[in-house]
Ligand binder design. Structure first.
Ligand code: ADP
Length: 303
């Protein structure tokens, strides 16, 4: 098969692993920097080009779109879908997962446990909002933050109010700010479940190394392998499915009322391989092999 990995980070671990595994399994594979792709939008003839080459000839693409380039990256994926190229993650699912408010709404509707969340355009009703969440402390987060940046723990109503006011200053659109109940039972730890095609293929627990309540590895958190309970596994799979993601990194927290999903990542890093010894890259390529063939046989057009 001809596989394109859409990634701007040609040298990063996840990209390198995908290339290595795909080559070993006999595929022709190229890393395509989507930031250098261009789309030609024309009646009945959508094309995507990269260094003069038409990407429509690929059998499958694996998008690894960075959060900061979601709009451009997903526009390229969408155009490829319109050309009939199989994309393991759909442009729609990637866009959906990048917005925390939208994801929370979709997950809640699908019956997936999430921390209680409220959204408001101003801080005048702060007392009521905090009461709805069961009191302080509360978490305040930007809907499009990544790596734990833009996630704040407010210990008191006063603190919450001033943080909210500061966030609203730079976010006229109130949908960018979420208030969330603080899950204190597992402060400083969370679980990353790597889901491929409706199965958890690897999972790890992340712990912050200092007294930070955020456990993100980018913030200095540490990962250890963890065995999930049945309920946690089912929750992770259900969350990925609700957002329409075949490949997903589902972040969840253990709480007194069961697993709660914080976020579903559309381009999860493969660092979990180093922590768990599981071969995630092979699971991804196997999934692509099975599904690209099936879809290409069935239907060449449409997105
Ligand atoms: P990001 O997408 O920026 O990583 P997250 O929503 O995943 O943002 O939050 C970052 C970290 O903050 C999580 O990994 C978790 O450790 C902590 N955290 C987030 N939400 C809560 C919450 N409601 N209660 C307790 N801790 C939280």
């Amino acid at each position: 098969m001809k596989i394109a990995i859409l990634s701007n980070g040609t040298g990063n671990y996840s990209t390198k692993r995908l290339v290595e595994v795909a080559r070993a399994r006999g595929h022709e594979v190229e890393v395509v920097k989507y930031r250098d792709c261009y789309a030609s939008i024309e009646k009945s003839n959508p094309t995507v080009s990269y260094r003069g080459e038409d990407l429509g000839q690929y059998d499958a693409v694996i998008p690894r779109i960075a959060a900061y380039m979601t709009r451009y990256g997903t526009a390229i994926v969408r155009q490829l879908e319109m050309q009939g190229v199989y994309s393991v993650s759909s442009s729609l699912a990637i866009v959906r997962s990048r917005d925390k408010l939208r994801s929370m709404q979709v997950l809640a509707k699908a019956g997936v446990g999430i921390p209680k969340t409220v959204v408001s355009r101003n801080s005048t009703d702060i007392d009521d909002l905090i009461d709805k969440l069961g009191g302080t402390p509360v978490i305040i987060k930007l809907a499009r933050g990544t790596h734990g940046n833009g996630v704040v723990l407010a210990e008191s109503k006063k603190a919450a109010k001033s943080v909210l006011q500061a966030f609203y200053l730079t976010n006229e659109d109130g949908t960018n700010v979420l208030l969330q109940e603080f899950i204190k039972e597992s402060a400083g730890t969370d679980i990353r479940a790597f889901v491929v095609g409706g199965r958890v293929v690897a999972s790890m627990q992340r712990k912050s190394l200092d007294d930070d309540f955020r456990s993100n590895l980018h913030k200095g958190g540490e990962g250890t392998p963890i065995k999930l309970t049945d309920e946690e596994r089912k929750t992770a799979v259900k969350a990925a499915k609700a957002l329409g993601l075949n490949i997903a990194g589902v972040d969840l927290m253990r709480s007194e009322r069961g697993p709660l999903v914080l976020e579903v990542n559309a381009s999860p890093g493969f660092g979990v391989e180093k922590v768990t010894g599981r071969d995630v890259a092979t699971a991804v390529i196997e999934y692509v092999e099975m599904n690209a063939k099936r879809r290409n046989k069935k239907d060449k057009v449409g997105a």
